[in-house]
Ligand binder design. Structure first.
Ligand code: IPE
Ligand code: MG
Length: 229
């Protein structure tokens, strides 16, 4: 979800935080649309490990916005059968964010229509490093035979364990890079880049990305002929 700051600037608002506030409306719309059309997993890159280096005022505003959104959306999530999940270094978030996040996760834990995962204080290299450490610990303690490590095992041990690999990754705001997001998981993901800034990423923009995805042929290394026989 990129482009909140530039969106605010474009509207002649000096404050980037105004862009973040408007970004939450796009989040709501994309969650609603996902549920309506039957998307089962939606993962949102809300705050990266690297985002901690932004000015303190902006970081604080983002954390406050997170708490406010969790409170505001709680009832809707419960009512609509949406399960909230998170990946990332949650223990590094301010106490009130952790508390609110855990509360909503708990209250929606039995929902199964759509899983919305928030990547918070997340970076893929951090996740992979932590996962390797924990696997190495198990091996060192004799709980794990290194020969038993395969791709499926690693999938399970990553923070995204239980979530299928993404079919489509959307990046807004014209940047064409991955920025330390789900590096292991996107091995065969289709990538979609749009110049639209995140607060302008409404339902129609989301549908456009999904239509684009539907036109693609996912070969997973095979030939087109193999797929069509
Ligand atoms: C993305 O918008 C939101 C977060 C990182 C939280 P940006 O804040 O990166 O907006 P730009 O890239 O400066 O326009
Ligand atoms: Mg940005």
């Amino acid at each position: 979800m990129d482009g909140n700051g530039r969106w605010a600037k474009k509207q002649n608002f000096k404050d980037r935080i105004f862009g973040h506030q408007n970004g939450t409306k796009a989040v709501r719309e994309v969650i609603e649309a996902s549920r309506e059309i039957g998307v089962e997993y939606l993962t949102l890159y809300a705050f990266s490990t690297e985002n901690w280096s932004r000015p303190k005022r902006e970081v604080n505003a983002l954390m406050e916005l997170l708490v406010k959104s969790l409170k505001d959306e709680r009832e809707q999530l419960i009512r609509n059968g949406i399960r909230l999940n998170s990946i990332g270094d949650i223990s590094s978030l301010p106490g009130n964010c952790q508390k609110e996040l855990e509360k909503v996760k708990e209250l929606t834990s039995l929902n199964n229509k759509l899983v919305v995962t928030l990547a918070l204080s997340y970076s893929s290299r951090w996740e992979i490093t932590e996962t390797i450490k924990s696997i190495a610990r198990d091996a060192a303690d004799g709980r794990l035979d290194p020969a038993a490590i395969d791709e499926a095992f690693i999938n399970q041990r990553l923070h995204t364990g239980g979530i299928p690999d993404p079919e489509l990754l959307i990046r807004t705001s014209g940047e064409q890079r991955i920025s330390n997001y789900l590096l292991w998981q996107i091995a065969y993901t289709e990538l979609y880049f749009t110049d639209t800034l995140w607060p302008d990423f409404h339902r129609e923009e989301y549908y456009k990305a999904l239509f684009d995805y539907q036109q693609r042929e996912r070969r997973f290394g095979k030939t087109s002929e193999q797929l069509n026989t």
